[in-house]
Write a new protein. Sequence first.
Length: 350
Amino acid sequence: MIQTEALIIGAGPVGLFQAFQLGLQDIKCHVVDALPQVGGQCTELYADKPIYDIPGIPLCTGQELIDQLQTQIKPFAPQFHLQELVSELKATEDGQWHVQTDKGTQFKAATVFIAAGVGAFVQRGLSLPGFEELLGKNIFHKAPHETAFKGKHLLVLGDNDAALEACAQWRQGANAAASVTLVHRRDQFQAAPQAIEQMREACGAKSMRFVAGQPTALIQAANANSGSSNLQLSGLEILNAQGETEVLPAEAVLLCLGISPKLGPISHWGLAMARKQLLVNTETYATEAKGIFAVGDINTYPGKKKLILCGFHEATLAAFGAADLLHPERKTLLQYTTTSTHLHKLLGVS
């Protein structure tokens, strides 16, 4: 059980800035996010796209903003727990919050900050029988190691840059797959023109192939090498562009299907909601549950605007609210990072 003054759910830009503002209040925190890296929508949806409305920064990409936020919070050393989805939140008898993730990590937090955006971003999978059993065994969101697909018949599913980069990686070199087949529902791609051109050239040279189709079933067979009834992936059934059923041989499948937001367990935590968003008091962005705050796109109130800079404002007031709650015996003063020697000490400024 991890005891913490504050737990932040969500490591997007608002969640990261929440950690910074808590740090200025001398409040230590842990951060949980379902994705394997920090950044939320900024890194997953527009890492290389421009953002023009961050105060004092005329232009930056989504990734650059996240990089700067990570640098900014370094003095406070928040502890990150990535690739973990918060599955349970419930009150404890002493007025704190018990929080548990799908990986079994447990926290006892005095305050909780929900910065989950439009929900936890999870990697898209396949809605096919057997998917869950084969995930991590023959089906992967990313290669577990550099020789994972060496000598195997590999299917890559997706139409983005990640999918085309994976095809380029695994069709050549010492660790090349036996064959690489790219599968997407149509012959159109959301990737860089150069990557698309290279993929088509590789198909022309027969170092890989592209098949247009929609997955309809996972084909499994007994593992002959083990001599047991343990089922392994042997192929993927698709409905091809001609409307016919076709089975593509496969020993491994790499999913490059992007991510999708899911409200998930938040809707079952008993917090007041309106249109799948948490209701908050705009004085501190606290929910109706004592000790739980909601900042960013996950909350709603009259006049709400879903902008990153608005989330930064909400995180600031939420940190002040938490300080009053955690330390009622001391007066929470408004201090300026320009002049405050106390804040300079927290920030490590000499």
